[in-house]
Ligand binder design. Structure first.
Ligand code: 6MZ
Length: 329
């Protein structure tokens, strides 16, 4: 079954660039072994997890390293039989790089990679930053969406959920300018914010951990989620390692499966959590009893939830169908 999970063509919709750097890539960039070691711990929590990103951020503080890691991460996803990848990253200013140069470097990595995979970019707002800083980033995101409409597809809200807030106006502006919206929602318990985000009706939400009453949410939030049917990006390993979910068996995805709500399987930060999309599929088989047919459907349905163009979606559906004819009859 492990082989099946590796070979099935997959769709990745929730991958943070700097959380996705492999040990090999970090070492290539000159990271010390001890830094790389702390990066792959399996017994952290959500707060500690956010400290770990500084390792990757330090290693990607100029345009050349940003372009390099973008290409490396794309190659690693392609090697794992990911056909379509939506990478997300937070535009960041460093001593030798402006926020816009950072975005340009990521776009450069995406346009120059040589792997057999379609890649799109979502740009993230870090919720820790002030509304003024976020507004400035939104302006740049809209500018880059106009410059590279086939690559820059959406906007994300991420960062440590214990800080900051969801500024709806910024997302209204982004949406008005043609960007898709993918918002981290209820990664920790915060019913008021979760309700505000659901009311905004994003194109997708990330995690959705504390929505269902049995995983710490409420009837009201769950009813909203059921009514809106917003596709949810599910990150099994990330939630278990960060201890926002007790175990794989008790993962909140069970509520999505039971109520037949839309979701996709994703890696979140494959470097930090030492995972891959194939591993996430295998965990779903092991702990959630999903069979081959159900795993294939997760891949196929994820195409519908993606921000690809209609033509790209059609091509991906054909590839998945052909793979099924050759491998599952
Ligand atoms: C919320 C997360 C995250 O943007 O520098 N990030 N935000 N929840 C999570 N769950 C574990 N994992 C990663 O990639 C790293 C950044 O992505 C966000 C954080 O803001 C982190 O600093 P980029 O490429």
């Amino acid at each position: 079954m492990e082989k099946f999970c590796v070979s099935i063509p997959k769709i990745e919709l929730h991958a943070h660039l700097n959380g996705s750097l492999s040990r090999a890539t970090l070492k290539d960039l000159g990271c010390l072994e001890e830094d790389v070691q702390i990066y792959n711990k399996s017994d952290i929590d959500l707060q500690t997890c956010f400290q770990l990103f500084s390792v990757a951020h330090k290693a990607t503080s100029d345009v050349n390293s940003v372009k390099y890691v973008t290409k490396q991460v794309i190659k690693e996803f392609a090697d794992d039989n990911v056909l379509y990848l939506e990478l997300r990253t937070t535009p960041r200013e460093e001593q030798n790089m402006t926020e816009e140069e950072y975005i340009e470097a990521v776009v450069d990595g995406i346009t120059s990679h040589k792997s057999p995979i379609v890649v799109k970019l979502l740009l993230s707002l870090d919720r820790r930053r002030s509304i003024e800083e976020q507004r400035k980033t939104v302006k740049s995101i809209i500018k880059f969406k106009k410059l590279y409409p086939d690559i820059v597809k959406g906007i994300d809200l991420s960062g440590n959920p214990s800080f900051g807030e969801f500024y709806e106006d910024l997302f209204i502006e982004a949406r008005y300018n043609g960007l898709f919206t993918a918002i981290h929602c209820a990664e920790i318990k915060n019913d008021i914010e979760a309700e505000r985000i659901l009311n905004f009706n994003p194109d997708r939400i990330g995690h959705g951990t504390f929505l269902h009453p049995e995983s710490g949410g409420s009837q009201r939030l769950w009813q909203m989620n059921k009514m809106l049917q917003i596709p949810t990006e599910i990150c099994l390993t990330s939630n278990v390692i960060c201890r926002t979910t007790k175990s794989y068996k008790e993962h909140h995805i069970q509520a999505w499966i039971k109520d037949e709500l839309p979701f996709s399987l994703c890696t979140d930060d494959k470097g930090v959590f030492n995972t891959s999309l194939s591993k996430e599929f295998f965990l779903a088989y092991q702990h959630l009893n999903l069979n081959r047919e159900q795993l294939w459907k997760i891949s196929r349905n994820s195409i519908d939830y993606s921000f690809a163009s209609n033509r790209e979606k059609q091509e991906l559906r054909i590839k998945l169908k052909e793979w099924r004819q050759e491998n599952m009859q």
